[in-house]
Ligand binder design. Structure first.
Ligand code: SF4
Ligand SMILES: [Zn+2]
Ligand SMILES: [Zn+2]
Length: 298
């Protein structure tokens, strides 16, 4: 198998791109995918101060590495969610990576906020991933806005985005469908959010880590088993095997032709006001994290 760019021995085949690459050309290919995503969706300017959400997994590390390679002003924020089986391992990968790459890393420890997820799980009735996700979004937003960052970048890849899109389609969830995309502009007290890896599959980001020498590990969260997205990921992976390129076409076509239709159908414009305790935007007077704090103190 020969590299599509330089005809050297290829180390990775990518049927969905009808291509194969040697290691150096793979890095060029990955760089172009990220540059294209950033340019097409006006994600970043050279003046931006970017806060990367660094979980310690392959996608977040690949993202921070690539944005730094592209010359952006990058710092990381790792939220230690306080789950003994997985959090210390994830935090270790985040810290080692940022030290090696000389990327400034902030750590926010939910335990110190009285919100360790292992404790929260014992008290809440809602699915823990929904509470954990909401809490992480809260802190990424507030940290970005309170510390002079202009945008928060997350490592969502094409598999994350297409499985989420498919889950939303299966429920015909017009509110989520009108909102899904690689860029959420800054509005109503929320920071701008971007997903520069959305054109890359999980396989491709894993390959990027391997070829760039990024040490990533994975300690599965013990609470992740009930998430529905993995089912859709498997279905889409089967489809991609039969029809290479299907995932990116599905997502690109949604962005070009589908999303707009849902945006116009979604007319409920809920009033959003600052939380009475912390000022975070909310439609319920008191935001979800302040409610959680109150509950955990009781
Ligand atoms: S799997 Fe769920 S509980 Fe675990 S870290 Fe992710 S969102 Fe939080
Ligand atoms: Zn090559
Ligand atoms: Zn609040």
């Amino acid at each position: 198998m020969k590299c599509t760019r330089c005809s050297d021995q290829a180390v990775v085949a990518l049927p969905s791109h009808h291509a194969a690459f040697c290691a150096p050309c793979y890095l060029v290919f990955a760089r172009r995918l990220v540059e294209r995503a950033i340019k097409e969706h006006a994600m970043l300017t050279p003046e931006d101060r970017v806060l990367v959400a660094i979980s310690g997994g392959k996608d977040s590390l690949a993202l921070a590495w690539m944005l730094k390679e592209l010359g952006y002003d990058v710092s990381g924020l790792h939220i230690d969610v306080g789950i003994p089986e997985s959090s210390p391992i994830a935090r270790g990968y985040a810290e080692r990576f940022c030290t090696t790459q000389a990327i400034p890393l902030h750590i926010l420890d939910l335990q110190s906020q009285g919100l360790a997820m292992c404790e929260v799980k014992k008290r809440v009735k809602r699915p823990i991933c929904s509470v954990c996700g909401q809490t992480k979004r809260y802190f990424f937003n507030t940290f970005t806005l309170n510390n002079g960052y202009s945008v928060v970048a997350t490592g969502h890849n094409l598999d994350d985005e297409t499985s989420r899109l498919m889950a939303n389609v299966m429920r015909w969830d017009t509110a989520y469908l009108s909102d899904q995309g690689p860029v959420m502009p800054a509005e109503k007290g929320f920071a701008k959010k971007i997903k520069p890896l959305f054109r890359m599959t999980e396989f491709e980001t894993a390959n990027l880590c391997f070829i760039a020498g990024i040490d990533y590990g994975h300690a599965p969260c013990p609470y992740s088993a009930k998430a529905s997205f993995p089912v859709y990921k498997r279905l889409l992976a089967d489809l991609e095997d039969i029809q290479p390129g299907r995932k990116i076409h599905f997502y690109d076509a949604f962005l070009q032709r589908g999303r707009q239709g849902f945006a116009s159908a979604e007319t409920t414009d809920q009033a959003v006001d600052p939380c009475v305790h912390c000022g975070y935007p909310t439609s319920t007077g008191e935001c979800g994290v302040c409610r959680l704090r109150t509950m955990m103190k009781e």
